[in-house]
Write a protein that binds this ligand. Structure first.
Ligand SMILES: C[S@@+](CC[C@H](N)C(=O)[O-])C[C@H]1O[C@@H](n2cnc3c(N)ncnc32)[C@H](O)[C@@H]1O
Length: 336
């Protein structure tokens, strides 16, 4: 049974959902779960009037049989972000072709999954609640820092459904503040000019917050890099604390000092953190004070990584442990 066609025929409010028909041999990738339907995979689009950016569309195989539905974008190289596959819609019709309901369901699933992983826990109140494709919400990231949720949007549909996303996240008991952070550069490629979008409203969300992770406190600037904190390195940061006793440690690309602080807490005799960003280094220095650490054993320097390494080489300096957590070296093809 084709659940999506049944829904369409029953619902007078969705009378003309266009169909994006894939080229022969191009469907498996999407049936297997990749949500980004790139333009090169599309054979034709059926629908009068043709779909506009932000419309819900069906994605169909070469025989025009729907394999799922998603959000259309006429500008992006990903012309559809698949939101739900046909088989899932067949199992539970409640979310089929219904973005509001689907969003609420997916975000609730993400909350339950994190709870099953023990997040938040006694050892941390900083974690990624929604991880874009990983939680089948391509383009949406939600990080939780204590009672603040930072929402990073990198898809046009996320901006379109901003009120619904905020409402779903706002229903979480622990959350008192929401900070919306559009990824301007990526959204440009989605056809949105996000350069003048208002970010944090200081009367609604503070500029700073504080979290704890593995017994270390971190000041977070909600205007800082990405969402403000690299929650993904939690386990690696903790690992460093277990191998640092008596070691000399270099934390290259240190941001707010996470690896360095863990090394110092783990008994390192000397720790240096290096980052080219002044706000990052200031935050890292603030975190030394916040954690009552000995400033004689831990130093943060604002310097370019290559320059620092050239200097270290000429000074014949070496370390027992070197952590390298660099930014993307070639974020896009043209920079290769
Ligand atoms: C992925 S983040 C590091 C996150 C950090 N390890 C943590 O656990 O929070 C990469 C860092 O590299 C810094 N960075 C970028 N280019 C740099 C360069 N040329 N030299 C030094 N630092 C750089 C950025 O400012 C950013 O803080």
């Amino acid at each position: 049974m084709l659940a999506l066609i049944v829904i369409m025929s029953r619902s007078s409010s969705k009378p003309c959902v266009a169909r994006v028909v894939l080229k022969k041999g191009k469907t498996q990738l999407f049936k297997d779960g990749s949500p980004m339907v790139y333009s090169g995979a599309v054979d034709r689009i059926i629908g009068r009037p043709p779909p506009r950016s932000g419309d819900i569309v069906l994605v169909a195989d070469g025989a025009e049989k729907p394999i799922g539905w998603g959000m259309y974008n006429s500008v992006s190289m990903f012309c559809v972000r698949l939101m739900q596959l046909e088989e899932e819609a067949t199992r539970d019709l409640s979310c089929a072709l219904n973005m509001e309901k689907l969003l609420e369901t997916r975000i609730n699933e993400a909350i339950e999954l994190r709870k099953s992983l023990g997040l938040p826990s006694a050892s941390t109140n900083a974690f990624r609640l929604v991880n874009s494709e990983g939680d089948r919400l391509s383009g949406l990231i939600v990080d939780v820092f204590g009672d603040v949720a930072v929402i990073a949007s990198s898809a046009a549909w996320v901006e379109k459904y901003k009120p619904e996303v905020e409402a779903s996240v706002g229903r979480i008991d622990e959350i008192n503040y929401i900070n919306w952070r559009p990824s301007s550069e990526v959204l440009k490629e989605e056809g949105l000019d996000a350069s003048n979008y208002k970010e944090r409203d200081p009367s609604i969300c503070p500029q700073r917050t504080k979290v704890t992770e593995n017994g270390i406190f971190y000041a977070i600037s909600l205007e800082g890099q990405k969402t403000g904190f690299y929650a993904d390195q939690r386990e690696n940061r903790q690992f460093i604390s277990t191998i640092s006793d008596g070691q000399r440690v270099l934390d290259m690309f240190c941001y707010s000092g996470g690896f360095a602080l863990n090394a110092a807490r783990g008994g390192a005799v000397n720790v240096i953190g290096v980052d080219s960003s002044l706000p990052a280094v200031e935050l890292a220095k603030e975190n030394i004070v916040l954690n009552n650490m000995d400033p004689g054993r831990i130093t943060f320097l604002r310097e370019d990584a290559s320059e620092f390494m050239k200097g270290a080489l000429s000074r014949n300096e070496s370390w027992d442990i070197v952590i390298l957590d660099p930014p993307k070296l070639a974020p896009r093809k043209k920079e290769l």
